[in-house]
Design a protein around this ligand. Structure first.
Ligand code: GDP
Ligand code: MG
Length: 294
């Protein structure tokens, strides 16, 4: 295909393995409806993975957060990606959002549990279908202030069980100065509440340190999503028209979509998968074994 989401840019070694086996990547998106979650996923993977929100006027928000899982197989230059996206409609949409993260947390733990059962089953399957969530994209509404109590509460629940990557949703609705200020406040909030998001400094491979540091300075990524292609002087670019002009999604001068995609797909996909297994799943397994052993 002409358009490249970047699967071909994987490190050679990872790529060769991927050519044989393919990748299984499981992503969860969390954030209230209308923040552009579906659009961002479709922009990242260049396909209609998730339907956009139908905002039927007058429809009541769901009573609890629903969990919806969508599977898509993506092929690019001989690499196969089996992508699962878990959406969380209804998350944070009500006036009282007490425990609205529970279904998401439960889903994550259920996948660990399932994996554990498979691992322990008598006729060991050599290959276990991995449904564990490798990455949770957390969408912060573009308020320009800081994290809300709800964000802090949810992130505190999630960061120990899954790789969390926070993003500033619809960043085009903030000016560049507002984004910087917002980002600084959020970084302070995260540090103050000891919320560790991906990439974690303590698990850095020395080779990855410099790149990871640059990601850590940038988190949360100020992103813009769009499935609309525009003609800019003969070039077809993904963009979003707003009051000031055309925001070009993939232009690093316009937003940080480009960096998020590099992190998620091109540079750290394998690491996200491995960390999920080596850190988050291991922690779950140890907790479970301790429970059963009294
Ligand atoms: P979801 O409910 O979080 O999945 O949100 P959707 O992806 O369905 O998007 C909701 C609305 O926001 C749609 O009208 C999108 O076109 C719009 N939208 C999506 N991403 C962006 C963005 O980055 N910036 C702006 N300004 N609007 C966006
Ligand atoms: Mg959606």
């Amino acid at each position: 295909s002409d358009y490249v989401i970047g699967l071909d840019q994987l490190q050679e070694q990872v790529r060769r393995l991927a050519l044989r086996r393919g990748f299984t990547l499981n992503i969860m998106v969390v954030g209230r409806s209308g923040l552009g979650k579906s659009t961002l996923i479709n922009t990242l993977f260049r396909s209609s993975v998730l339907p956009r929100t139908c905002t039927a006027s007058g429809s009541e928000p769901a009573k609890t957060t629903e969990i919806r899982t969508t599977q898509t197989a993506i092929h690019e230059n001989g690499v196969r990606l089996d992508l699962t996206v878990t959406d969380t409609p209804g998350f944070g949409d009500r006036i009282d959002n007490t425990n609205c993260w529970e279904p998401a947390l439960e889903y994550i733990n259920d996948q660990y549990e399932k994996y554990l059962m498979e691992e322990q089953s008598a006729q060991r399957t050599r290959w276990i279908h991995d449904t564990r969530v490798h990455c949770c994209l957390y969408f912060i509404p573009p308020t320009g202030h800081g994290l809300r109590p709800l964000d802090l509460e949810v992130l505190q629940q999630l960061h120990n069980v899954v790789n969390v990557i926070p993003v500033i949703a619809k960043a085009d609705t903030l000016t560049l100065d507002e984004r910087q200020e917002f980002k600084k406040n959020i970084q302070l909030d995260l540090a103050q509440h000891r919320i560790e998001v991906y990439p974690f400094a303590k698990y850095d491979h020395p080779d990855d340190y410099a790149v990871n540091e640059s990601y850590r300075k940038m988190v949360p990524f100020a992103v813009v999503g769009s499935e609309q292609v525009h003609n800019v002087m003969g070039q077809m670019v993904l963009g979003r028209q707003n009051g000031w002009g055309l925001v070009q999604v993939e232009d690093p001068g316009h937003c940080e979509f480009h960096h998020l995609r590099n992190l998620l797909i091109r540079n750290r996909m394998q690491d996200l998968i491995e960390l999920t297994s080596a850190i988050h799943y291991e922690a779950f397994r140890r907790r479970r074994l301790m429970e059963t052993n009294g």
